[in-house]
Design a protein around this ligand. Structure first.
Ligand SMILES: Nc1ncnc2c1ncn2[C@@H]1O[C@H](COP(=O)(O)OP(=O)(O)O)[C@@H](O)[C@H]1O
Ligand SMILES: [Mg+2]
Length: 241
């Protein structure tokens, strides 16, 4: 058995008085697309940050590929697409340059991109359909195109875990279709994918399994069961969970 992609144990995260995550356990195996569903404020983005190792847990542990988040990131195994509003799109990088940052962990001692790195970037851009926009500044792209840049970066990086925080918010349907197809292909090569979304209708087609989050894990299992009226009421309803 290979190590789980993600193993979160008894994870609690607090911001002052706010308990954002409370004793969360999550184990994700390779080759699965896992949907993360929950209302605003349910702790989805905090879970991503804890998995990345950028917020400090009050308690519990996060293990990626059997090691620390820092070790997994150092090996280039993890690609993280934060929620759009937390990204500064004004920094002056081209599409090609952003995707090349996915290769930084693999560059040789000269730190200069070699032919193999350039080929990886070219291939990744072709796969997401952004070849023509390679020279464009990322600030000039549409929402859907920006998400595809991130997917291209993950592909160039050869990441084995994709953490996608609301990748479809503000994205046109054509880009969404294209991204979903790519995510399936990556899943089929053994990548683990954790994707938060508010598009419940798209969940059965997209996800192999679903986590319902309300600061705690209310459910983790088959999408059809996650989307039962009872479970939806528990996670999105106003009554106490
Ligand atoms: N940096 C922060 N400082 C204080 N409270 C925060 C911070 N980030 C998130 N929170 C709070 O933690 C809870 C979970 O937030 P978040 O993880 O962003 O949820 P979601 O992504 O599901 O909307 C919310 O109550 C939110 O207000
Ligand atoms: Mg969020």
């Amino acid at each position: 058995m290979s190590d789980p992609v993600i193993e979160v144990r008894d994870l609690s995260v607090r911001y002052g008085q706010v308990q954002a995550l409370d004793e969360v356990d999550v184990v994700l195996e390779p080759g699965r697309i896992t949907g993360l569903l929950g209302m605003n404020g349910s702790g989805k983005s905090t879970l991503y940050k804890a998995i990345m190792g950028t917020v400090r847990p009050a308690a519990g542990s996060v293990t990626l590929f059997g090691g620390t988040p820092a070790a997994a990131r150092g090996k280039g195994l993890v690609a993280y697409m934060p929620q759009s509003e937390s990204i500064d799109w004004d920094f002056p990088l081209s599409v090609h340059e952003v995707v090349m940052t996915g290769r930084y962990g693999k560059l040789g001692p000269s730190r200069r991109p070699r032919a193999i790195d350039k080929a990886a970037v070219t291939d990744a851009l072709a796969r997401v359909g952004l070849t023509e926009l390679a020279g464009r500044q990322i600030g000039e792209l549409s929402g859907g195109q920006r998400k595809r840049v991130f997917v291209a970066r993950a592909i160039a990086q050869e990441a084995r875990l994709l953490l996608l925080d609301e990748p479809f918010a503000g994205v046109d349907k054509a880009s969404e279709r294209r991204i979903i197809t790519l995510l399936r292909e990556l899943r089929d090569t053994g990548c683990g994918i954790l994707i938060s979304t508010h598009d419940l209708a798209g969940v059965p087609e997209l996800c192999d399994e679903v986590i319902l989050l309300k600061n705690r894990v209310l459910f983790h299992g088959h999408p059809d069961v996650a989307l039962s009226p009872e479970n939806l009421a528990r996670v999105f309803g106003l009554e106490a969970a």
